[in-house]
Write a protein that binds this ligand. Structure first.
Ligand code: ADP
Ligand code: MG
Length: 314
């Protein structure tokens, strides 16, 4: 190989906002045939917004559900957590605002987070003048069910309908029952559709990988032009790497694009790992390439760049 051409390729990459760790990665891109795309924060903005709070008839008010869910989520880091905590801290304006009563972080004890499942904490708050303590859980209904927490049938049906409609929904519970459902949306990045088309033009098959529900994943896939059979949803953080390994075992050479802590192992296992520069440090460290601007179009750009550089060398 001609080191000069490699250096030129690396330098040109830097100009495009494609930071390459070592020139070895250029070689990896030649044979890559599949590109696994993390959904949240990679294909989508990763900025969830709370759009609705569903409550069962005769139960807690939406404002109360939001207040308690927000109390716990203010201690968590997930985009879902940020959206819920922000809404809870924002006084009512529409159907999803808080009621102005905000529970401080110092009122939450024994906070626990389970990656890809949910969070919980014991919240102390005054209610109708009486101080009370309750363990509040926010997360996937399946995770709540494992802990003996149930939802009423009508609420469960509305939860399923929200997911089928492409939303991300999480349940908020205390005292053994689901008290409400938080419905969130995360817009697709404007450039993602074009990026997916460009990856396809380069001969790569795009696969969408997410811990989110199948309904939300399919809605995003449709929006960016990924086939339904190439959607892998409801994957736990620790299992994302297995999806990459399985594709490799089937004889594919795999590129992975991600941004989260939960993508790090998959980025490292992939033949070519690309991290969003807007993502977490852990993801950036695990990847071979950083896409500085967080624009998915930099992924096909990186592939084109390395192919061009290799052509010059050979
Ligand atoms: P993604 O792959 O989209 O980044 P994650 O694996 O981080 O998703 O999370 C998967 C699912 O776990 C979420 O869709 C949600 O149901 C649940 N979850 C994770 N973190 C939280 C949280 N802080 N609050 C409520 N639910 C959560
Ligand atoms: Mg992500």
């Amino acid at each position: 190989a001609t080191p000069t051409a490699l250096l030129v390729g690396t330098g040109r990459g830097a100009q495009l906002g494609v930071l390459i760790k070592g020139p070895e990665m250029l070689e990896q891109t030649r044979t890559v045939d599949t590109v696994v795309l993390d959904k949240t924060g990679t294909v989508t903005e990763g900025r969830m917004a709370l759009v609705d709070v569903l409550v069962p008839a005769g139960g807690a008010s939406a404002a109360e559900v939001l207040r308690y869910a927000g109390a716990v989520e203010q201690l968590a880091e997930h985009p879902i957590a940020r959206a819920v905590a922000d809404a809870a801290a924002t006084p009512a304006d529409g159907p999803v605002g808080g009621d102005g009563v905000v529970i401080g972080a110092d009122q939450v004890h024994d906070f626990r987070a389970e990656a890809g499942r949910g969070v919980s904490g014991v919240v102390r708050a005054a209610h109708s003048g009486v101080g009370l303590s309750r363990r509040v859980l926010v997360g996937r209904p399946t995770w709540l069910a494992e802990q003996g927490v149930t939802a009423d049938e009508d609420l469960a049906a509305r939860f399923a309908a929200a997911e089928a409609d492409g939303a991300t929904a999480v349940a908020a519970a205390w005292d053994g029952a689901v008290r409400g459902v938080l419905v969130l949306r995360d817009p697709v990045k404007e450039s993602s559709r074009q990026a997916v088309a460009e990856l396809r033009d380069l001969g790569l098959r795009p696969v969408l990988l997410t811990g989110d529900n199948t309904g939300a994943a399919r809605a995003v896939a449709r929006e960016v032009g990924i086939a339904e059979e190439d959607v892998v949803a409801e994957v736990l953080p620790a299992d994302k790497v297995d999806v990459v390994r399985r594709l490799q075992a089937d004889g594919h050479r795999v590129a992975m694009v991600g941004d989260g802590v939960n993508d790090a192992a998959a980025l490292a296992a992939a033949d070519l790992g690309l991290a969003m520069g807007t993502g977490t440090d852990v993801a950036i460290e695990a990847a071979d390439v950083t896409l500085v601007r967080g624009d998915l179009r930099a992924a096909p750009q990186a592939v084109r760049l390395s192919r061009r550089t290799l052509r010059i060398i050979q």
